[in-house]
Design a protein around this ligand. Structure first.
Ligand code: SAH
Length: 219
């Protein structure tokens, strides 16, 4: 899976994509990420990517032309790939496991990060295949949404999680504990904070039963 991110703040991604599982997946070529600075597609000398909204009101709006150019450029470079263009927008469809699974069939996802007051609506109307929101709240830009999106989608790609793959979507969705088995709360008369007995029992059947009670369903 290849992700192409269009953003006016490309540096935001540097540290995040250089750590942990995403870094490993990039090195193993399980995923590819290319970050595009929208400014390189601006035609004027000052590299303008935003302008005032028609009709007035606060804030600036990301312009249509640079995004049009960027999308065409990226699309043409990978014509043979099965592509889909996504705009992050608070008005989009809310991201969940079903939305993610549907996107697994594509080979290249072109992700547009908005900023300021948003993106000229003609991008959504004429250029984009779908609009995605990561939740019912407003972010200052689409960059965090892109990171959430890439991470949650990548976890579904075979090889991304390595050994723990088979535990996908059950892993982390039940309570977990690690040593010590008993913690003494010194600030509260050495009250004992304990681990459920079953987890210390070594009885794998019982442990599985206990965990199943807590499993959260995502579909
Ligand atoms: N004026 C807009 C807010 C724009 S927020 C409105 O109220 O509808 C600026 C950018 O942040 C958006 O263009 C979008 O790309 C991103 N963004 C904000 N909230 C988001 C969310 N919940 N999910 C995905 N992207 C979001």
């Amino acid at each position: 899976m290849r992700f192409d991110i269009i953003t006016i703040f490309p540096k935001i991604f540097d540290s995040y994509f250089n750590e942990s599982l995403i870094k490993r997946a990039l090195l193993k070529k399980i995923i590819q990420i290319k970050i595009w600075n929208l400014r390189i597609f601006a035609k004027d000398k000052r590299k303008t990517v935003d302008d005032k909204p028609f009709g007035g009101g606060p804030g600036m709006v990301l312009k249509l032309e640079p995004i049009y150019k960027a999308i065409n450029f990226i699309k043409n470079k990978n014509k043979n790939k099965k592509q889909r263009i996504i705009l992050f927008s608070p008005q989009g469809k809310q991201l969940n496991l079903k939305v993610l699974k549907k996107l697994l069939k594509y080979e290249q996802l072109i992700l547009i990060c908005g900023r300021y007051e948003g993106v000229d609506e003609r991008v959504a109307k004429y250029l984009v295949d779908e609009k995605i929101s990561i939740g019912p709240y407003i972010l200052s830009g689409g960059e965090l949404a892109a990171m959430v999106f890439i991470e949650s989608l990548s976890r579904l790609i075979p090889g991304f999680l390595g050994k723990s793959e088979s535990l996908e979507y059950s892993r982390g969705s039940y309570p977990v504990y690690t040593r010590p088995a008993v913690f003494l709360d010194k600030k509260n008369k050495n009250k004992k904070w304990i681990v459920p007995k079953v987890l210390l029992s070594g009885n794998h059947k019982e442990i599985e039963k206990w965990r199943k009670k807590y499993l959260k369903k995502y579909e």
